[in-house]
Design a binder for this molecule. Structure first.
Ligand SMILES: NC(=O)c1ccc[n+]([C@@H]2O[C@H](COP(=O)([O-])OP(=O)(O)OC[C@H]3O[C@@H](n4cnc5c(N)ncnc54)[C@H](O)[C@@H]3O)[C@@H](O)[C@H]2O)c1
Length: 382
């Protein structure tokens, strides 16, 4: 039983997602568990080289986690034959260009969503990857959330009967940055920097809907810029010129209707920061990040409309929690699947083509908003 090495060029790891979910919770966690086990008993040990612009930040991060290698020279890193995988979690704006560079250097690719700002760029990247014959994957983390894994189990078991509709609520209040610092980066609110909630979130809703409920066939989306002025990381006021909320309806191939509200301007009074409420003929369920609650047809309470009395039913008490084991971090689970795909050809569905589908839906959502109409989603040809 041998130990194999995977050299990974990790770009954008001083950012929120790159550092927390990918470096610490995934790659370092995999190293701490002595690698990814393959079917033949071998293990794969990731060996990251951290890449970024700020030498001091990189050095500090590397030191804090006892990582031996870091550099500000991406070109040199891409030339190295020791490191065969390029990973990117830097800002959206730069992604397509960076992926094209890494593909041209013969690297395999794993990256955050969205894979590009436009469908044309996303397709170009996916086609370049195909032509180069490299392996590629895109983060589709919501599929590996415990709440959604439980929901998937309910779907696969036939619990819902015929699924009628899905309502998603995503969002929370992102502080403007004046009275207290914003909890998201300011580039999220600037068009020139690749911001906007439609580009950010419709990529997620594409794979969630496609994989759990049915292929997305059509979208109607209304965006809004509710908060036009925000304050950046240095306390400087700026104009927020992109959508910070999106109200989108989707028609799925099998007739299921989905509606998802995404907002950085809403105060939470629900189970979790994202919830999916699914109604079917035989039962309903509400899934959050971790938990999932179900209510079968036979357990459905019988409300009677009467505005003259306080509501006699405590509706929250009429649902049962779907039990579940403790789940591993979703980002880590997908990393492990991708590493097995690289080393033993294990199936891996979430490629750059799936990533391009996310960008396709985001672009269609933006167009629907602009043109005030439904937009159909054709099959992608890569
Ligand atoms: N899968 C998810 O749930 C999820 C959640 C949030 C963000 N994301 C995605 O992750 C990516 C990063 O988002 P974030 O919230 O971590 O952002 P962030 O601003 O916290 O991090 C961005 C990183 O990119 C680097 N960077 C910025 N400009 C750069 C430049 N010109 N050259 C080189 N590096 C540069 C920054 O130094 C930082 O390391 C985005 O594409 C976003 O869509 C995914």
């Amino acid at each position: 039983m041998a130990q194999q090495r995977l050299g990974i060029i990790m770009n954008g790891v001083t950012g929120r997602m790159g550092m927390n979910q990918h470096l610490v919770r995934s790659i370092l966690a995999i190293r701490a568990q002595a690698g990814v086990k393959l079917k033949n008993g071998d293990t794969v040990m990731p060996d990251p080289i951290l890449v970024g612009r700020n030498e001091a930040k990189l050095a500090q991060l590397a030191k804090a986690h006892a990582i031996a290698r870091w550099t500000t020279d991406l070109s040199a890193a891409l030339k190295s034959r020791e490191d065969t995988l390029f990973f990117d979690a830097a800002t959206t704006k730069l992604r397509a260009k960076l992926l094209r560079r890494a593909i041209a250097a013969g690297k395999d690719i794993y990256c955050e969503k969205p894979i590009a700002e436009t469908l044309a760029d996303a397709l170009e990247v996916a086609r370049a990857a195909k032509a180069a014959g490299i392996k590629h994957g895109v983060v589709q983390d919501k599929l590996f959330l415990p709440g959604l894994l439980k929901l998937k189990m309910l779907i696969d078991s036939g619990f819902f009967g015929r699924i009628l509709a899905v309502r998603g609520e995503f969002g929370y209040w992102v502080f403007e940055g004046d009275w207290q610092p914003a909890q998201r980066p300011s580039w999220n609110y600037r068009k020139k920097d690749g911001g906007g909630i439609i580009l950010d979130m419709l990529c997620h809703w594409r794979y969630v809907l496609d994989n759990l409920f049915g292929e997305v066939k059509s979208v109607s989306c209304l965006g809004a810029t509710h908060i036009p002025k925000r304050w950046d990381e240095n306390g400087k006021a700026y104009k927020a010129d992109v959508d910070d909320a999106a109200y989108a309806t989707f028609q799925l191939a099998n007739g299921v209707i989905a509606h998802v509200n995404s907002s950085w301007c809403t105060r939470v009074r629900r189970d979790d920061l994202v919830t999916f409420h699914v109604d079917g003929t035989l039962g309903s369920a509400v899934a959050g990040l971790q938990k999932c609650f179900s209510q079968a047809r036979v357990n459905t309470p019988r409300p009677v409309w009467n505005p003259d009395v306080p509501q006699p039913i405590d509706f929250f008490k009429t649902w049962s929690e779907v039990p579940g084991d403790t789940y591993d971090n979703g980002f880590k689970m997908e990393w492990e699947m991708f590493i097995r795909h690289l080393f033993e050809g294990a199936p891996f569905k979430w490629t750059l083509v799936e990533g391009a589908k996310g960008v396709q839906l985001a672009e269609a959502g933006l167009r629907s908003w602009k043109e005030r109409r439904w937009i159909d989603i054709p099959e992608l040809e890569v």
